[in-house]
Design a protein around this ligand. Structure first.
Ligand SMILES: Nc1nc2c(c(=O)[nH]1)N[C@H]1C(S)=C(S)[C@@H](COP(=O)(O)OP(=O)(O)OC[C@H]3O[C@@H](n4cnc5c(=O)[nH]c(N)nc54)[C@H](O)[C@@H]3O)O[C@H]1N2
Ligand SMILES: Nc1nc2c(c(=O)[nH]1)N[C@H]1C(S)=C(S)[C@@H](COP(=O)(O)OP(=O)(O)OC[C@H]3O[C@@H](n4cnc5c(=O)[nH]c(N)nc54)[C@H](O)[C@@H]3O)O[C@H]1N2
Ligand SMILES: [Mo]
Length: 697
């Protein structure tokens, strides 16, 4: 007789939706994964990728055993070893390096799983105790996070449960059909109730296609558009004076700044019509101020990946406060809800374990890992990096200026440990490759950056092969290093119970035991969290003018900062490389995860370059022909897809491909650069000029 049970789980991926899942297990094997119909954000729906999570977990190429390298670095040749030997080799090597200087060791991780147990808890305790270099975790949203911090005080926004109440939604710099499907479901509901959806995106994405209006501006010009909208709102007095007076700081200075951004000037910068600027401002201001309707902005990471990303976030974040949009529960801005969660970061990570605490070891920016790994060491940088421990990330595929990243990883003198589900592009460079469990095999607990629910993950099946949870791997390493502090014995359940402050006002009705049982629970938040102020800035107000930024030598007001690479900022470069390249996520991949899942790869197709018909014709390129895309950093070859979905002067490579699935073993990051953003030291993936020509010219 088959024994079937349903296990409550959480989607672990780097996506704002953090779905609650119901996993059906029959005789110890997962047979179905579905969205929980009762969890309001999930509403019973999973994306195509995660619905196939079982296919990923049971994939024949899953890593089942520890292995050590036998071939040359990067060749990907390994032999099986047992766990004792693997831990011994790593322990011995790390001890030796740490005895000279632990800062020569660097952990590298990101959001392969967003869970607190398998993410930054036991692992961080281990690295803190060892005294390694720290990792500056910038690769995704650090520009936006900095922009929001200096404007609102943190990741605060409207509650997604009410997003369908808005009458006008600006979907700004994101493609939620791909990257936040459950927000899109809310936006569709709003549309059914009569709302207007406007996409602001240089690319005619799936989302832009389905909005009633699409403003296709040049990449990296968003803050100019936002300042233009302010110009019109102020000129037409479409403002909530009472909200501005009571809850904001620096309106006078902001008005002067916005005065410089006439619709005509903005149109020239953004490559759009002046009328589009005026009409959008009138629609936004009239709905909010004259008609007292909820208006909102879905603000996505896509627009932060150019030089001025931090200021763009700041400029856009001013708009809802100017019109008092926070007075409605469906109004305001939805960028990240992270700041609402009472996360116990110190309890999880134990920074006081660092040997020199409170003096911190150096920090290495993950977005410039290519430069860091190829650095020989000096007084400013500190010692060269000699060991790298990678988990929850695939830097050889996802980090910018890949040729540099690869030359770092290829160093024969670098000792590299990779903890993974699969033999990714990064795993190919490992000295020791360790098999990690997937979300179906381990315990975890999650917040969300899109909604306000804590979601629990119960293991559905036993670990496959000899795979172990990240937490257990770092426990074993801690034991090998002789770390005796009791925190290294905490079980996964104990870690999960420590993740949130369950005595705080927002979470005191929740606890780990009941979350495991029920699957999820919502924080207690005010329906309109910013209706009466409540900004967590130094002034407690929405800071149009930031004294903190002024002190740090930045412009205290939101500014337009052009891309590093554009005709305006670098005409010489633009004459050689006239096309702006962006490489946003392909719909059925999750960053570089799922690229090796055959059924999903079949849906995405082959790696390709999308190019506008006029740009293709100018280069005699026909549909499907192989082209070379190049700049000073490198070149890749791809088939061309000719489409009006991209602007003239802009090419698009849907990403992030594993390099090993491409004809030339490269992906879009061969072309991206390591220059960083204005605020937050973030990457500038979409700030990248290239030229395209027929292959073999
Ligand atoms: N299916 C899927 N979902 C994902 C991911 C994934 O890889 N796949 N990744 C997850 C992660 S890590 C993140 S950070 C988020 C990303 O979330 P989003 O930012 O929503 O990412 P995209 O869906 O790629 O949307 C990016 C959009 O920004 C546009 N864009 C590019 N440059 C600019 C610009 O300068 N200005 C403006 N206005 N628009 C610009 C692109 O054309 C693209 O349509 O999604 C998460 N969800
Ligand atoms: N060109 C270009 N590059 C980009 C972007 C872009 O839009 N364009 N987007 C950038 C952004 S926004 C981000 S966030 C980064 C994302 O970069 P990463 O965070 O590196 O994301 P992934 O590529 O999905 O790699 C995550 C890896 O973690 C592994 N993993 C998952 N769960 C576990 C686990 O429990 N244990 C262990 N040990 N491993 C696990 C997965 O198998 C996967 O290989 O990429 C950035 N790079
Ligand atoms: Mo991201």
């Amino acid at each position: 007789m088959t024994i079937t049970r349903i296990v409550r789980a959480a989607c672990p991926h780097d996506c704002p939706d953090t779905c609650a899942m119901l996993v059906t297990v029959a005789d110890g094997r997962v047979v179905k994964i579905a969205g929980d119909p009762d969890h309001p954000p999930t509403a019973g729906v999973l994306c195509t990728k995660v619905a196939r999570y079982a296919e990923r977990t049971y994939h024949p190429e899953r890593l089942h055993y520890p292995q050590k390298r036998v071939g040359k670095k990067g060749q990907g040749k390994f032999v099986r070893i047992d766990w004792d030997e693997a831990i011994e080799i790593i322990g011995e090597r790390l001890s030796k390096i740490a005895a000279q200087d632990p800062a020569r060791i660097l952990p590298y991780s990101y959001a392969g799983t967003m869970g607190y147990v398998q993410g930054e808890s036991m692992a961080m305790r281990f690295f803190h105790r060892l005294g390694t270099s720290r990792l500056e975790r910038t690769i995704c949203i650090s520009a936006g996070t900095a922009g929001m911090k200096h404007t609102y005080g943190g990741g605060l926004g409207l509650d997604m449960d009410y997003a369908d109440e808005a009458r006008l939604i600006l979907i700004w710099g994101g493609n939620p059909i791909t990257s936040s499907l459950h927000f899109w479901m809310r936006a569709q509901e709003a549309k059914r109730r009569g709302a207007k959806l406007v996409a602001i995106d240089p690319y005619r994405s799936l989302t832009a296609e389905k909005c009633q209006q699409h403003i296709a501006l040049r990449p990296g010009t968003d803050s100019a558009l936002a300042l233009g909208l302010m110009h019109v709102l102020i000129r037409e007095d479409l403002l909530d004076h009472d909200y501005i007076e009571r809850h904001t700081l620096g309106f006078g200075e902001l008005s002067e700044r916005a005065r410089e951004f006439t619709p005509e000037r903005v149109a020239r910068i953004c490559g759009i019509e002046a009328q589009e600027v005026t009409d959008l401002a009138l629609a936004f201001g009239t709905a909010a101020v004259r008609e007292n309707q909820p208006v909102s902005i879905k603000l996505s990471p896509g627009l932060q990946r150019t030089h001025g990303g931090g200021n763009a976030m700041r400029a856009i974040a001013c708009l809802p406060s100017l019109v008092g949009a926070w007075r409605h529960r469906g109004g305001g801005l939805l960028q990240s809800s992270s700041g609402f969660f009472p996360v116990n970061t110190n309890a999880l990570q134990r920074p006081e374990l660092m040997p020199g605490w409170p003096i911190l070891p150096r920090s290495i920016n993950m977005s410039t890992i290519g430069d860091a790994l190829t650095h020989k060491g000096d007084a400013t940088f500190g010692p060269a990096i000699e060991a790298l421990v990678v988990y929850n990330s695939n830097p050889v595929a996802v980090a910018p200026e890949s040729a540099k990243v690869v030359s770092g990883f290829a160093r024969e003198d670098l000792f590299t440990v990779v903890v993974e589900h699969f033999q990714t592009d990064t795993a190919d460079y490992a000295d020791i490759l360790l098999p990690a469990t997937t979300q179906l095999e381990h315990v975890d607990i999650h917040k969300s950056y899109g909604h306000a629910y804590i979601v629990a993950n119960n293991p559905a099946i036993a670990p496959l092969g000899e795979a172990k949870p990240n937490s257990e791997i770092f426990r074993l390493l801690a034991r090998r290093m002789g770390f005796v502090e009791s925190c290294f014995s905490d079980s996964d359940d104990e870690l999960a119970a420590q993740a949130f402050d369950f005595s705080s006002e927002r979470a005191k009705h929740l606890d780990w035991e009941s979350l495991k049982e029920n699957g999820w629970g919502k924080l207690k938040l005010a329906e309109m969290p910013l209706a009466d102020g409540g900004f967590t800035t130094p002034s407690g107000r929405c800071e149009f003018y930031s004294e903190t930024l002024a002190r740090q030598g930045h412009d205290p007001l939101p500014a337009y900062i052009p891309p590093h690479e554009s005709v305006d900022s670098n005409p010489g470069l633009a004459s050689r490389y006239p096309l702006a390249m962006i490489s946003p996520p392909a719909r059925h991949f999750l960053n570089s995860s799922f690229v090796n899942i055959e059924s999903l790869r079949a849906l995405v197709g082959e790696p390709a370059l999308e190019i506008h018909p006029v740009d293709a014709a100018a280069r005699d390129i026909l549909e499907g022909q192989w082209v070379r895309v190049f700049n000073d950093r490198g070149s890749i070859t791809l088939p061309a897809r000719i489409t009006g979905n991209t602007r003239r002067g802009m090419v698009v490579i849907p990403s992030i491909w594993w390099k090993k699935f491409s004809k030339d073993g490269k992906n879009a990051n061969e072309l991206t650069g390591q220059a960083i953003t204005d605020l937050g030291n973030g990457p500038t993936f979409y700030d990248c000029l290239v030229e395209v020509e027929l292959e073999n010219q």
